[in-house]
Design a protein around this ligand. Sequence first.
Ligand SMILES: [Zn+2]
Ligand SMILES: [Zn+2]
Length: 136
Amino acid sequence: MISGHCNCGSVRFEVHGTPAGVFVCHCSICRRATGANGMAVVVVCNESFKWIQGQENIAQWAKPNSEWETWFCRICGSRLPGRNDAQRMFVPAGLLPGHGLGLTVKAHIWVHSRAEWDEVGDGGTRFAERFGGSTS
Ligand SMILES: [Zn+2]
Ligand SMILES: [Zn+2]
C-alpha cells in the first residue's frame, strides 16, 4: 500500500498495489497547470484507489471545449488524483514516494507539443500526440 498526500497534508489517499509506470504529458495545458514541463502521472484502477481524508478540500476545473480536467487542493494548490476514465484514476506521480517503488517512465505523450527547453532523455516510448498514436 502506498500513501500519498498534498503539500499541506489536508488531502490524503492510498494506492494498493504498485503502479505499472509513469506517463508524462508534455502538452501546453499541462505545462500551464503545473508551471513545469508537463504532468507526470500513474494510472490505477478505481478499486486500487482510496481517499483517506480531506475530499472536501478538493477543487476541480475543466477546461472549456476540451476533455482536460484537473483536481487540486483548495488550501495548498497541489495537484491531486482525478478521474482518468470510467474504470481508472490518474495519480500525479510527484505525490507518491520518490524512491522504493521501482517506477520508471513508460511513455511520453504530446511530445510534439513540448517546450523547446524540455529534453526527453529517458527510455519511455515517445508518442507525438495521444497515447497509442504515432511515435515520435
Ligand atoms: Zn493541500
Ligand atoms: Zn497534457
